[in-house]
Ligand binder design. Sequence first.
Ligand SMILES: Cc1cc2nc3c(=O)[nH]c(=O)nc-3n(C[C@H](O)[C@H](O)[C@H](O)COP(=O)(O)OP(=O)(O)OC[C@H]3O[C@@H](n4cnc5c(N)ncnc54)[C@H](O)[C@@H]3O)c2cc1C
Ligand code: SF4
Length: 289
Amino acid sequence: MANELGNYKTCVSARSTDKEILKCSQDGGIVTQLFAFALEEGIIDGAIVAGPGEEPWRPQPMVAMSKDELLAARGTKYNISPNVSFIKEATRSFGLDKVGIVGTPCQMQAIRKGMLYPFGWRDVPDKIALALGIFCMENFPYQSIVQLVEDHAGQKLENVSKMNIGKGKFWVYTDRGAVVDLPLKVTHKYEQPGCHVCLDYVANLADISTGSVGSPDGWSTVFVRNAKGETVWTKAVAAGCFETKPIEQVKPGLELVTKLANEKITKNQKTIAGRASFGAGKALRNPYI
Ligand SMILES: Cc1cc2nc3c(=O)[nH]c(=O)nc-3n(C[C@H](O)[C@H](O)[C@H](O)COP(=O)(O)OP(=O)(O)OC[C@H]3O[C@@H](n4cnc5c(N)ncnc54)[C@H](O)[C@@H]3O)c2cc1C
Ligand code: SF4
């Protein structure tokens, strides 16, 4: 267990055994499958996911209370879905007592902070029953996704069936079978500046976290992080929800996850240091006087 990967009990490579879930999931369908199982077993009574919004690929947090609703929210949207802001709504308007929630590492941090310091979250913290984290190197404002897909990749956003960042490129897939890849040097300038001071790649504070990196195509790397995560994961595997392989037996394996986590932390620590010293040593002066 290394620090850049956070605390975890086990790490495996896995994919859902449900073909319908796998079909349009981003990677191994871990998030959708785990929530579907947790709903079925009464571990949660609803899950906050990134549902379709009014504009194509602009997610809107929604409460999924059935497998169909979970399926409608599959896949990665590379811009913010403010899932944490929906927690209170989920417990009040939807009456959920056992909330599942998926989010990026920063969103997992916000949830844990809210559980420790529940300002404005009366009666909410005890209701977070399953927090699933997704790995995250960077995110983009919605307008940047429009620019990247429509201007750089030359595709209409409403025709896009999937986006993915992997193997050093930003990939855009369309309903009609076109595949366009953009080098990451094109996408870098569009990233959210806030992501450049983020020091968590693998959602250290989730109950279970997952991402594609480290596992073969169509599979996911899964970190089971705490006792709650272990209980849910063990039950789901025993129920036949997942095929699993020891992470040591897959390529590229944990070595790549560790490398990327370290690269993110080292790069962003430099940005933090740079911002901390920004303007230091120079008196603030009005140049016009
Ligand atoms: C901004 C971003 C950057 C990422 N970067 C990496 C990376 O560098 N390396 C890596 O290995 N993985 C990364 N991922 C995670 C990866 O793309 C998959 O989301 C993850 O592997 C889960 O796949 P799955 O097949 O298990 O999920 P699925 O079964 O397809 O379900 C995905 C779930 O995530 C929810 N979701 C989708 N978009 C968002 C969002 N923006 N915010 C919150 N929830 C969302 C969906 O509603 C759905 O419930 C990133 C994800 C995001 C959102
Ligand atoms: S890089 Fe960090 S701050 Fe940016 S979306 Fe991902 S987890 Fe959040």
